[in-house]
Design a protein around this ligand. Structure first.
Ligand SMILES: [Zn+2]
Ligand SMILES: [Zn+2]
Length: 269
């Protein structure tokens, strides 16, 4: 089996970056899957017509189609992706969608590239901070998307907002749909391979919210999982005083802290 896979792998072309998979640029307009087997090195050998379970018959016998491994991989990626929680408008974005127009943005993009190319051999996650509208959410969504596509790794995107906390709170309310699921959610967020925590801020209004975020940082730190944070605040200032600086020191150990500031990105779209 392994031998067979190796043989298949070596035939992928440069058109698809030797992955056998390309992005379908018209998936939104056409309502199609965002990923498709490479037309040059996979589809030209496909004899099943893309029909599950990707077998074809030849001289009365049923054979596994050449495209099967790739199609199953795309199916797996789609399943993982659909659970990722990436906001609709940032879904399936690639590095081409992120235009780095200043030095800081360029450095952030390079750091993102490095992670995507070296994963899972990366020592640190990222803490992207800067003024709103500079593409932090976009860049972190791109990293998560690339990691899911290339590694079919499990990843989650969470936005720290009122809704996030309300949803968590509901798990403590008897009679709610999610009652009793708080530990399940916590476990999932602390153990998922890749976690993006968007809009990580200082929730001064509630001690419970603050503690929830700190517990999350702690849990990711303890489990040594890859984490990306985005924040509108400079962590060196905003987090310095909190918990005697413990949160900041954990984040420094876990993440490369990168500033990404500039003109409002959304005004240029
Ligand atoms: Zn190819
Ligand atoms: Zn086929």
């Amino acid at each position: 089996m392994t031998k067979n896979k190796e043989a298949v792998k070596s035939t992928f072309c440069i058109h698809c970056d030797k992955t056998g998979i390309i992005r379908n640029p018209y998936f939104n307009e056409m309502g199609e899957s965002a990923l498709t087997p490479c037309p040059k090195c996979v589809l030209d050998k496909c004899l099943c017509g893309g029909e599950e379970p990707y077998y074809y018959s030849e001289n009365g016998s049923i054979k596994e189609c050449y495209c099967r491994d790739i199609r199953m991989r795309i199916d797996r990626i789609n399943t993982v992706y659909s659970k990722s929680g990436i906001e609709k408008k940032f879904q399936w974005k690639s590095f081409n969608d992120f235009r780095a127009e200043n030095k800081l943005a360029n450095e952030a993009k390079n750091a993102a590239y490095e992670i995507v190319n070296n994963f899972p051999d990366v020592k640190k996650g990222l803490f992207l901070w800067g003024n709103p509208g500079t593409g932090k959410t976009l860049l972190s969504s791109i990293i998560l998307t690339e990691l899911i596509i290339r590694h079919a790794a499990e990843g989650r995107f969470i936005k720290i907002s009122r809704t996030f906390f309300n949803r968590l709170k509901a798990t403590f309310v008897e009679g709610s749909d999610t009652y009793g699921e708080s530990s399940k959610i916590e476990k999932e967020l602390s153990e998922v391979d890749i976690l993006v925590v968007d809009d990580f801020g200082i929730q001064r209004d509630s001690a419970w919210e603050q503690e929830t975020l700190y517990n999350l940082v702690d849990a990711r730190y303890e489990s040594e999982r890859f984490t990306i944070f985005t924040s509108n605040n400079n962590p060196h200032k905003a987090l310095a005083e909190l918990s005697q600086g413990r949160i900041l020191s954990r984040i420094k150990e876990m993440c490369k802290i990168i500033e990404i500031s500039g003109e409002d990105y959304r005004n240029r779209l």
